[in-house]
Design a protein around this ligand. Structure first.
Ligand SMILES: Cc1cc2nc3c(=O)[nH]c(=O)nc-3n(C[C@H](O)[C@H](O)[C@H](O)COP(=O)(O)O)c2cc1C
Length: 313
C-alpha cells in the first residue's frame, strides 16, 4: 500500500512569522467579515480569514451600478465600502476571535497618516493575527494617485504601518504598474514581512446604446479567471525579486489554479471572486490541494512551493 495514502500531508506554511495550518485564505472584500460565510464554510478549516478592507471612518463606497460581469471575470467599483475600524473591533472581531482561525485585517488609508493611525488602532487588539495593507488606493494628498503605483509612496505607507505595528505585516500590491518587482522591493525595504498579489486590474465596460460607461465610477477593478495569467506572471517576478513569502491572488477558482501559484513560488493563496460563484470555493480549493499532494506522494506542501522549472535560471 502507498505510504503517502496513510498519513495526511503537512499543509503548514509560514507567511512572514505567521504559521498557517494550510495555505488557503479568503481574499479581502469577497468574504465579508467571515461570518457571512459561516453557514457554508467551516471557517476554522481555512489557513486564515482575510476580512473586508477597513478604513478609519465607515465608508458607504461608490454609487451604483458598481458591478459588471465580463468574460471570465467581473469589474467592481465598490469603492471600499466598510463599517470602519472602530465598528469592526467592537462588532465583528469578537465573533472571529472565538474561532480557531487566524484573522488577517486588511486596511487602507487615504493618506500616510491614516495608514499609521489604522495600524495603531489594531495594535494590541485581541484576535488580530496579521495586518494586510492595501496600497491600491488613492493618496488624496498626491492628487489621487494610488500609493501602490509609486515606489516612494508605497514605501511611505508601508513604513508608517511598520513603525506602529508589531503584527506580521503583509503588503498587498497593485498590478497597475510597469515594474511590480520594483514596488515589491520597496515594500520589503519599508518593513513588509510578506507580500500578497495581485489586487484588481483597472478596467472599464461600455453600454454602447446608452453611450455610457456601465459603472457609475466609469472604471473598476477586474478580477476572476481573466486575470490569472497576469497574476501568475507577477507572482513569478516578485518571488525572484524578494526574500519574504509571497501570497498569490488572482482568478483562483480550483485547486489546480492554486497549485499553479504554489509551484511558481507562492507560500499561500487567497481565493476571491470565486466565492461569489461558489461560496464553498475556499474549502474546495483546500481539499483539492490536499488530494493532489496525497495522489502524488508529496508529504509536505513546502516540497511543492517554488518548484517551477523554467529552464531559464
Ligand atoms: C467585490 C470585490 C471587493 C474587493 N475588496 C477589496 C478590499 O476591500 N481590499 C483589498 O485589498 N482587495 C479587495 N478586492 C480584491 C481581491 O481581494 C483580490 O485581490 C482580487 O479580486 C483578485 O482576486 P480574485 O480574482 O480571486 O478575485 C476586492 C475584490 C472584489 C471582487
Amino acid at each position: 500500500m502507498d505510504m503517502a495514502m496513510e498519513t495526511r500531508p503537512d499543509l503548514r506554511t509560514d507567511i512572514g512569522g505567521l504559521v498557517l495550518k494550510n495555505p488557503v485564505m479568503s481574499a479581502s472584500g469577497t468574504f465579508g467579515y467571515g461570518r457571512e460565510f459561516a453557514e457554508v464554510v467551516d471557517l476554522q478549516r481555512l489557513g486564515a480569514v482575510v476580512v473586508k478592507g477597513l478604513s478609519l471612518q465607515p465608508s458607504p463606497g461608490n454609487p451604483p451600478p458598481r458591478i459588471a460581469e465580463t468574460p471570465c471575470g467581473m469589474l467592481n467599483a465598490i469603492g471600499l465600502e466598510n463599517v470602519g475600524v472602530g465598528a469592526f473591533l467592537r462588532n465583528k472581531l469578537p465573533y472571529l476571535r472565538n474561532l480557531s482561525v487566524p484573522v488577517v485585517v486588511n486596511i487602507y488609508g487615504k493618506s500616510v497618516e491614516e495608514y499609521a493611525e489604522l495600524a495603531g488602532r489594531l495594535e494590541g487588539a485581541d484576535g488580530v493575527a496579521a495586518v494586510e495593507v492595501n496600497i491600491s488606493c488613492p493618496n488624496v494628498k498626491a492628487g489621487g494617485i494610488a500609493f501602490g503605483v509609486d515606489p516612494m509612496a508605497a514605501y511611505e505607507a508601508v513604513r508608517a504601518v511598520r513603525v506602529r505595528t508589531t503584527l506580521p505585516l503583509i503588503v498587498k500590491l497593485s498590478p497597475n504598474v510597469t515594474d511590480i518587482a520594483g514596488i515589491a522591493r520597496k515594500a520589503v525595504e519599508a518593513g513588509a514581512d510578506a507580500l500578497s498579489l495581485i489586487n484588481t486590474i483597472t478596467g472599464m465596460a461600455v453600454d454602447v446604446d446608452a453611450r455610457k460607461p456601465v459603472l457609475a465610477n466609469v472604471t473598476g477593478g477586474l478580477s476572476g479567471p481573466a486575470i490569472k495569467p497576469v497574476a501568475l506572471r507577477m507572482v513569478w517576478e516578485v518571488v525572484r525579486a524578494v526574500r519574504v513569502p509571497v501570497i498569490g491572488i488572482g482568478g483562483i477558482t480550483s485547486a489546480r489554479d492554486a497549485l499553479e501559484f504554489l509551484v511558481v513560488g507562492a507560500a499561500a493563496v487567497q481565493v476571491g471572486t470565486a466565492n461569489f460563484v461558489n461560496p464553498r470555493a475556499t474549502v474546495d480549493v483546500l481539499e483539492g490541494i490536499e488530494a493532489y499532494l496525497v495522489e502524488h506522494g508529496i508529504a509536505d506542501v513546502r516540497d511543492l512551493i517554488g518548484t517551477l522549472q523554467t529552464g531559464l535560471d
